[in-house]
Design a protein around this ligand. Structure first.
Ligand SMILES: O=P(O)(O)OC[C@@]1(O)O[C@H](CO)[C@@H](O)[C@@H]1O
Length: 412
């Protein structure tokens, strides 16, 4: 029997040396600052600001967003609403880890002058890394492999596309900084939970209606997929292929792509990254270009829309989402959240017992919801006791954080 979520599951902090969250604050963040410092010929002012952030990573504190720090002038107010007053002046290590990480990316963008005014306004500090990945030979190979999909039976084809999108989540540039590798470490094709049948029951092919939780057919209405994207490049590309395929099969009539309003967690996809991905699909030729063209047309005629909601970069769980976002998700046939960070925000960044029911943890979500995620942090719910025991017995100590395992979880 899965456990029921207890409000008391402790919120994850980064205060325990040797833990994964502590390592992110103490090692990953400084590595990111150094990478950004080397990415562009920033002048002395930016370099000094980056050095100050680097020093702060070791023993600094949360600092309020400077007044007028963004062109809209609303960000300071937003951060106040997101808990800044409670956390300003406290150590990075003593506030919720999710909050500290999000604050780090906001501080980094301030340091590089992203919010301007000035020459660096709007320049994505992670763009060189994102483009290198998009233009890497491996990306070309993955896109060329798409040509062979046509030979597969329809069910296998869509499964391959779903798994491409799922495992594309390993393409997380922040994660690779920590792993110190190229990301080519052998992928253990291990799903710790697989509710893909439930996902397809929500999105059956055209002409067949979706079934409700009881299995009964639900009345026909335009089917809308909300895809809350994660990383750009080698994750966004397979996400787009999946969306294009779902449109082609009439499994969805519309899609809303939720992207980040500004660079975040190194490689999270922004609207500019979407354009780069479409460009890459077009350049690939063959089947990939055809998939890309279909998506281009759907964007042009409004069947696919793009959102970059400020809450997408909020340091809070989705349980605290604002009403306008709640209404959008409520109207969707299903909302698919990609990746590890979205998963943490979906179920709450807490030390849940792994057998906590996913349905209960996401019970607040305003409509059917699915998570496609490789495991890159300690949070996990919805495992059976048997799966948890097998993982613990496997001898693979870092099954929660190494990205070798993945899950497809659905709450209808
Ligand atoms: O959301 P993503 O791209 O799948 O992963 C984000 C990530 O790399 O960053 C966080 C640590 O910084 C963890 O949630 C996770 O390991």
């Amino acid at each position: 029997m899965p456990a029921t979520p207890a409000e008391s599951a402790p919120v994850i902090l980064g205060d325990e040396p040797g833990s994964f969250p502590h390592g992110v604050l103490a090692e990953r963040h400084p590595a990111i600052v150094r990478q950004v410092r080397a990415a562009f010929p920033y002048g002395p002012e930016v370099r000094d600001a980056l050095d100050a952030l680097l020093a702060s990573c070791a023993d600094g504190v949360v600092e309020p967003v400077p007044a007028g720090a963004d062109p809209t002038g609303r960000d300071r107010e937003r951060w106040a609403g997101w808990g800044m007053d409670a956390y300003a002046g406290r150590s990075w290590y003593d506030v919720p880890w999710l909050w500290a990480e999000s604050h780090f990316y906001r501080r980094l963008l301030d340091a590089v002058g992203y919010f301007g005014p000035g020459v660096w306004q709007g320049v994505d500090p992670f763009r060189p890394a994102k483009l290198a990945e998009l233009d890497a030979p491996e990306t070309g190979e993955e896109l060329a492999a798409l040509d062979t999909l046509a030979d597969l039976p329809a069910e296998e084809r869509i499964r391959a596309l779903l798994h491409g999108s799922l495992w594309g989540n390993r393409a997380d540039l922040g994660f690779r900084l920590s792993e110190g590798g190229t990301g080519t470490r052998e992928q253990v094709d291990a799903l710790v939970a697989d509710d893909s049948d439930a996902l397809w029951s929500l999105l059956p092919p055209a002409g067949t209606g979706p079934t409700g939780a009881t299995g009964a057919a639900t009345p026909a209405r335009p089917r809308t997929l909300c895809l809350v994207a994660d990383n750009a490049g080698r994750e966004l590309v397979p996400d787009l292929l999946l969306v294009s395929h779902l449109l082609a099969e009439g499994r969805v009539d519309r899609a809303v792509l939720h992207l980040k309003p500004y660079p975040y967690y190194v490689s999270d996809a922004t609207p500019a990254d979407l354009l780069d991905a479409l460009r890459r699909l077009a350049a690939a030729g063959g089947t990939a270009a055809a998939y890309g063209e279909r998506l281009w047309n759907a964007l042009a005629d409004g069947r696919v829309t793009v959102r970059a909601h400020p809450f997408s970069c909020a340091p809070l769980p989705y349980a605290e989402m604002p009403d306008d976002l709640r209404a959008e998700f409520a109207a969707a046939t299903v909302t698919v959240l990609k990746g590890d960070l979205n998963y943490r925000r979906l179920v709450g960044d807490r030390w849940w017992p792994p057998t906590t029911s996913f349905a209960d943890a996401t019970g607040y979500f305003p409509g059917p919801v699915a998570a496609l995620r490789t495991l890159k942090s300690d949070v996990v719910t919805g495992l059976t006791a048997g799966t948890e025991a097998a993982l613990e017995a496997s001898g693979e100590r870092r099954w929660r954080t190494s990205g070798t395992h993945a899950l497809i979880q659905v709450r209808r």
